[in-house]
Ligand binder design. Structure first.
Ligand code: M6R
Length: 614
């Protein structure tokens, strides 16, 4: 987590860095800081948001400087306060650093540096690292680039760091291991950031550092990329960004989350574009086509992910097993990576991730690769670490997701899984041609049906108002909609701070039913297909304990309507595709409840969008 922005060139660095930090605030927002150099170092840091930091620069003179570094923090070491905020400065006052990640052996390095006379103002691992770099520089009498390379070979952990030396303000040095760093290349200027959004209006030419690489950039010179381990030069790969400015702005919506919920019909069309060719009865996924025999011979698929991406994996389990008849296991990346998993020949590991940077998922991929698994990523962010570490994969094309609560990432991940499962089902003959055609043409209807679902917005607002003060909520679903219940509960708890639990509906009587009384809202996904009668029985059980029932039903349903306190209708679809539609009202419900409770919807407390630490 944490967002990094840097600039060196011919423009004032201040507005570039402040605006860039605002775009990266999704990565962490406990505290922020900015350092500029213009004959003297101006360094300001503040607990809280980037706008609090901005206010500290209260006169124009302080905003001058053609080189600078900024940081928005998600605290790991030390509480979020002004002192622990980045940038940090070395003991001499010359070296300035921003850091995203964790230096695990910082304490032993700190003890050595203390003995050597260094002093520390903050509790951070980052201040230790910058003083280690300074120590190496002084001892070896070498330049900053070489000192960074030597120092990083002594540290254990994960990092994206950016450093400059105020005695040489023509140069910036950066390095990455586990946390992302992009360099925007302009004319006689460079932009550095955790992702490309801070510099998209200035340049489309970007270079992404790979793990264990560092870069030395200097005004008027080509970037120099080196391997951290052996200091060898690497040929830089500069790519053209596809991102546009309007994709990362709110476009008239009050929050990114609402914008992203409403973007779902459009981005799902993007996910299918050029891939679902219903007129030719074809699904084209080059990743699968290029590795078809691996998929046809797969004895098992293991999906790995975290949070919402893990929930998407659970829907994938139902889809792959139902359509392609291949056994699927779904694992939390954080558990998988530490439990010596059994991976057999012909297993395929599918990491699922919006950001492509989740540390646990990345580590799980590395482990699976060591065990010779074939890795096929489902990811949103093009060029991010997870697809780069994988053998092949499919991008979701959801566009930038900025709200911390994942919405369009989920539905597009499920769309990729539906396409994959259906394609394999056809190749394996596990569905008949007529079933295949039926699924394929219904896939194409999904965006329109989501548009229809979004028409319930006003009614969902009323329901949200009714339950905004609830202390707890229960979400129940069966089959394909059990993961939807989990996802609905996660959405509510993460943005409104209401305690919520998702369960398979039948599990209710094994414990959670004890919680139900007249104050407990229970959200039940009760669509017509699937185990409809069983879910009606579950609704009866809730009703007889006076629970308040909010049901997601198929258009025209009368039976549930007669029992529930509120019903939200979704269009009829195939059972396997109900998650696309049932998820949307749950996203809106959480969104409006959080808004009514006055919560910061896009930046919920304690969270960060991309979790690049364990
Ligand atoms: O970027 P990823 O999909 O790998 O992120 C996984 C989770 O951190 C993420 O889904 C998280 O749970 C969201 N806040 C959920 O809304």
């Amino acid at each position: 987590m944490c967002g990094i922005v840097g600039y060196i060139g011919h423009r004032d660095a201040f507005p570039i860095i402040i605006n860039g930090l605002k775009r990266l605030e999704y990565r962490g927002y406990d505290s922020a800081g900015l350092a500029l150099y213009n004959d003297k170092l101006i360094l300001k840091k503040s607990k809280g948001k980037v706008k609090d930091l901005e206010q500290l620069f209260d006169n124009q003179a302080q905003k001058k400087g053609l080189i600078g570094l900024g940081h928005t923090r998600w605290a790991t070491h030390g509480e979020p306060n002004d002192i622990n905020a980045h940038p940090h400065v070395s003991n001499s006052g010359n070296l300035v650093i921003v850091h995203n990640g964790i230096i695990e052996n910082y304490d032993s390095i700190k003890q050595t540096l203390l003995q050597r006379g260094y002093r520390f103002k903050s509790d951070t691992d980052t201040e230790v690292l910058i003083n280690l770099i300074e120590d190496v520089m002084n001892n070896e009498q070498i330049g900053l680039g070489k000192a960074v390379q030597i120092a990083l070979n002594q540290v254990v952990g994960a990092y994206a760091i950016v450093v400059f030396d105020r005695k040489n303000p023509e140069q910036i040095v950066m390095a990455r291991l586990g946390s992302p760093l992009a360099i925007g290349i302009g004319k006689d200027e460079y932009f550095i950031a955790s992702d490309a959004t801070p510099f998209i209006e200035f340049t489309k030419n970007a270079l992404y550092l790979e793990d264990e690489q560092m870069a030395i950039i200097q005004k008027g010179k080509d970037p120099q990329i080196r391997n951290i381990k052996d200091d060898k030069l690497v040929v830089p790969y500069i790519q053209e960004l596809q991102l546009s400015l309007d994709q990362i702005e709110k476009g008239g919506y009050e929050h990114f989350m609402l914008k992203e919920i409403y973007e779902q019909p459009g981005v799902i069309r993007d996910t299918m574009r050029g891939r679902v060719l219903a007129d030719q009865n074809l699904i084209k996924l080059s990743g699968i086509d290029n590795h078809l025999s691996k998929f046809l011979n797969a004895k098992r698929i293991i999906m790995i992910g975290a949070g919402t991406s893990w929930h998407a994996g659970l829907v994938g389990e139902y889809l792959f097993e139902e359509l392609a008849r291949v056994p699927v296991e779904v694992e939390y990346s954080s558990e998988f990576r530490y439990r010596n998993p059994i991976i057999n020949e012909n297993d395929i590991v599918i990491p699922v991730s919006q950001s492509g940077e989740t540390a646990d998922t990345l580590a799980a991929i590395k482990l699976a690769k060591q065990k010779n698994a074939f890795i096929y990523a489902i990811c949103n962010v093009v060029g991010s670490s997870i697809p780069r570490e994988s053998h092949s994969g499919t991008y979701t094309h959801a566009g930038p997701e900025i709200g911390v609560a994942s919405t369009k990432a989920f539905t597009t991940q499920v769309m990729v899984m539906a396409m994959m499962a259906l394609k394999l089902a056809k190749e394996k003959g596990t569905v008949s041609i007529s079933e295949y055609n039926m699924y394929l043409s219904e896939l194409e209807n999904i965006p329109n049906k989501i548009e229809k679902t979004l028409e319930s917005d006003l009614y969902i607002q009323q329901i949200a108002h009714h339950y905004k003060d609830a202390a707890n909520a229960l979400y129940l679903g069966r089959g394909f909609n059990f993961p939807v219940a989990l996802e609905g509960a996660l959405k509510l708890k993460e943005i409104s701070y209401i305690h919520a639990e998702g369960y398979p509906a039948a599990e209710m009587k094994h414990g959670p039913i004890a919680l139900i009384d007249e104050n407990m809202p229970v959200v039940v996904i009760a669509t017509k297909k699937g185990q409809y009668e069983k879910i009606i029985s579950n609704i009866q059980e809730i009703k007889s304990r006076k629970g308040k029932i909010i049901a997601i039903v198929t258009e025209g349903d009368q039976q549930v309507k007669a029992l529930a306190d509120h019903v939200i209708e979704i269009p009829e679809t195939l059972e396997a595709f109900t998650p696309f539609l049932a998820t949307v009202p749950l996203q809106l419900l959480s969104y409006y409840i959080a808004v009514y409770r006055g919560c910061n919807v896009d930046q919920p407390r304690n969270l960060a969008k991309s979790v690049t630490v364990e």
